[in-house]
Ligand binder design. Structure first.
Ligand code: FAD
Ligand code: NAD
Length: 465
């Protein structure tokens, strides 16, 4: 809605076109709300432009290349012998990845158009909670909405003694490189460091990982991360756990190991992936009288902030900083504004790490006396063996309440198992018991049969082990 004074006065103004903001906008539009979405960048946010999608595109190519390199080796692979080693035009790989990103970003534009959302391209700044100024190429537009949804996302954390620039790069630059670095040092063995580090190792980089804690992927228990660690060992990746980075000098990254030894690690690129922080600066957050929860904007279980009719979602409001959480909150807030009764109270939010092998964790991951656990290895699953993915130590583990049999958590590690995350989450969200899970006929041969068997195992009647 355009007021007489040239000020836009929509029912809903959304700042940020990432998976939180653009999903909120689509849903608001579907519900007939007059909606404006503002983003200063291309539509899609961190997820589509410089996060989930480009990283998974790179991981895909890295996997193919790695297979081809193996097939070109003396022994070949599955009877396949490549006459010569494959060659990699990494600039073309990045070009292909950019095409995927472009296609999805354009897809988001189309969906917003279909939902009759007014998209304004420019950087937003609030002068108070309900007055927003957007710098566009045509000049400044002022917007005074009834409701504001803040979805400004997050930014990479920079280490003060290792600022981004030169050979020190964040995930954003790592996804834009035109050459595979010969020697790559990754600082931080969390989600991004492990996913991208492994991809670059498959693409031929000599990989060294420096992690402050005493294990990789500290978010997951070591039973789940052991197969990943074994992959790193088998592929000559050097791990410095419990180590401290001191800074960079010339070609070297200087670190202090857990044993107090000072090392200079030669590096062509240093990828710093030590976490992300909510994007709360430079857009007038302080002018909106919002309450904070540490670095995050504080919200209640409806994603309402401390200021009336100002809502906040996604990475801006806390962990887990995952795209699907942002989208679920965005959809919910749009419905609340339209008058629906909703709360953000999921039984579980799935976490997937696209390492080699992949890790999925949904719900409770530590079993106590009151729980029963069933674990089934992919080594005994026909589909895993037929895809040559049964021998990497992978398994599915189901944790249930001992008395009621209600499933509280399911984890898995193995090649291709990210696609099982939906089944695991659905079982927990729908309150399924071990008997329910055991009663579901799983198609043969599929990896899902291992999930079925893990429930049977917890019930004491596994069939294939
Ligand atoms: P964002 O996606 O960060 O979007 C925020 C948007 O707001 C941006 O487009 C920005 O331009 C815009 N914006 C900010 N300020 C302003 C302003 N003042 N004016 C106008 N526009 C503004 N998550 C997963 O679930 N799975 C994965 O596999 C995964 N992989 C990842 C890989 C990498 C390398 C990275 C970096 C992240 C990954 N994530 C993954 C995390 C995921 O990208 C984020 O959780 C998700 O994008 C958060 O969504 P959001 O909508 O809250 O914010
Ligand atoms: P992270 O929180 O996953 O991992 C950061 C790692 O850096 C931790 O292991 C931490 O101990 C380590 N660290 C911190 N300071 C350090 C230091 N000074 N020296 C050495 N190590 C240090 O953070 P990330 O990998 O940057 O990813 C950010 C967020 O993006 C994730 O938390 C996740 O929410 C999201 N993400 C999700 C996916 C996915 O869902 N598959 C993929 C990528 C990113």
């Amino acid at each position: 809605m355009l007021a007489a004074n040239g000020v836009l006065t929509p029912e809903v103004l959304i700042i940020g076109g990432g998976p939180g903001g653009y999903v909120a906008a689509i849903r608001a539009g579907q519900l007939g709300l007059d909606t404006v979405l503002v983003d200063g960048d291309r539509l899609g946010g961190t997820c589509l432009i410089r996060g989930c999608i480009p990283s998974k595109a790179l991981i895909h190519v890295a996997g193919l290349y790695d297979e081809m390199v193996k097939a070109a080796g003396e022994k070949g692979r599955y009877g396949i012998h490549l006459g010569a080693a494959p060659s990699l035009d990494f600039a073309a790989t990045i070009g292909w990845k950019n095409g995927v990103v472009e296609r999805l970003s354009n897809g988001v534009s189309g969906l917003l158009r279909k939902a009759r959302v007014n998209v304004v391209s420019g950087w937003a700044k609030f002068s108070d909670a309900k007055t927003c100024h957007v710098e566009t190429v045509e000049g400044v537009i002022t917007i005074r909405p009834e409701h504001v949804i803040l979805a400004t996302g997050s930014r990479p954390v920079e280490l003060p003694f290792l600022p981004f620039g030169g050979k020190v790069i964040s995930s954003t630059q790592a996804l834009e490189l035109t050459e595979v670095p010969k020697r790559l040092v990754v600082v931080g063995a969390g989600y991004i460091g492990m996913e991208l580090g492994i991809a670059f190792a498959k693409l031929g980089a000599e990989l060294v990982i420096v992690e402050a804690q005493d294990r990789i992927l500290p978010l997951y228990d070591t039973t789940l991360t052991n197969p990943v660690r074994k992959w790193l060992e088998r592929h000559g990746v050097v791990l410095h756990l419990g180590s401290k980075v001191n800074g960079i000098s010339g070609d070297n990254l200087n670190i202090e190991t857990a044993l107090g030894e000072r090392l200079a690690l030669p590096a062509d690129k240093v990828l710093v992936t030590v976490g992300r922080k909510p994007h709360t600066e430079g857009w007038g957050c302080e002018a909106m009288a919002l309450a904070m929860d540490g670095r995050f904007v504080k919200v209640d279980d409806r994603c309402a902030t401390a200021t009336t009719n100002v809502w906040a979602i996604g990475d801006l409001v806390g962990e887990p900083m995952l795209a699907h959480k942002a989208s679920a909150q965005g959809e919910m807030v749009a419905e609340i504004i339209a008058g629906h009764k909703r709360r953000f109270d999921p039984a579980a939010i799935p976490a997937v790490c696209f390492t080699e092998p992949e890790i999925v964790s949904v719900g409770l991951d530590v079993a106590g006396e009151q729980h029963v656990t069933g674990q089934f290895p992919f080594q005994a699953n026909g589909r895993a063996l037929s895809m040559d993915s049964g021998d990497d130590g992978g398994f599915v583990r189901t944790i249930a309440d001992r008395q009621s049999g209600r499933i509280l958590g399911i984890q898995a590690v193995g090649k291709h198992i990210s696609e099982l995350a939906g089944e695991f989450t659905a079982l927990i969200e729908m309150g399924a018991t071990l008997d329910d899970m055991a009663g579901v006929i799983h198609a043969h041969p599929t990896l899902g049969e291992a999930a079925h068997e893990s429930a049977l195992k917890a019930l004491g009647r596994a069939l294939h082990i």
